[in-house]
Design a binder for this molecule. Sequence first.
Ligand code: SF4
Length: 335
Amino acid sequence: MNPEILLARPRGFCAGVDRAVDIVEMALEIFGRPVYVRHEIVHNSFVVDGLRLRGAVFVDDLESVPAGAPIVFSAHGVSPAVRAEAANRGLKSIDATCPLVTKVHLEAIRFARQGYSILLVGHVGHIEVEGTLGEAPEVTQLVDGIESARTVQVPNPDKVAYLTQTTLSVDEAEEIIAVLRERFPAITSAPKSDICYATTNRQNAVKEIARKCDVLLVVGAPASSNSNRLVEVGRACGATSYLVERASDIRKEWVEGAKCIGVTAGASAPEVLVEEVLRQLREWGAREAVEVEVSKEDIAFTLPRELAEEARSRGVAVEHLEKHAKSRGSTSRVG
Ligand code: SF4
């Protein structure tokens, strides 16, 4: 076997994940261990285990967090009810919600105030969806696929808006939204897509390589929505596609006989895991990877103001502050 390797770019960490991980690291430096984190900060066990070793404690609910302790909300966002519970319990909340998820929350609030029924296109039970639903639960319904788009009912079809989860398949979301538009011609939405730049760019990069490859390996966690969507996009382009968390998950028979293997990573997978996969493929005889760049990304989000001020006053982790000091422009689409 001497297959060609095509490596998608962009791939891996997005600006929201990078920021969320830095926030937990900074909180550990500022407050010392333990720092509590509600849910996995990002959907990647390698990243989560690394932070756990440094003193982060991941919890599913706030009951087990001692009063006064710092609690970080994950990149996926939380509902107002969770924020209120943290405040009532006297916890020190640090918000690592991705600003592009916050954008969707603000849209939900705006549409609800304007009297719209909201249809949220997303996956049942996904943590981001639970947070967004919580902004206006009395007027928001989840639409989790074509069938649900065909059957959902609203009180006034002339006053309806849709929002989406940030990490959906762009193509699948378009199909669902087309059904909603057909049923509710007056439906409105935010001016820009809720599907974020990182999701869109990674799917476009996969389309570019998957149609040239026999096999696609997506580095990502089973719970990662955007990683699962990359697998689906790869399959739709004709490549036999697999989700792998680590190189050790790859079965040799998957890649034996392949002439071209595509490699990419979801937005919560660090580059070190991609390098591990490439090393494994080389050990099995693959050629050096050729990177296929579809769009450039140069985006960074500012840190939560309270954390930045706290860090400055204590002289902590200056490199994190500089890295996130300004949101840089991007040549790629911001969803
Ligand atoms: S995938 Fe998109 S919405 Fe999610 S953290 Fe990354 S940039 Fe933010």
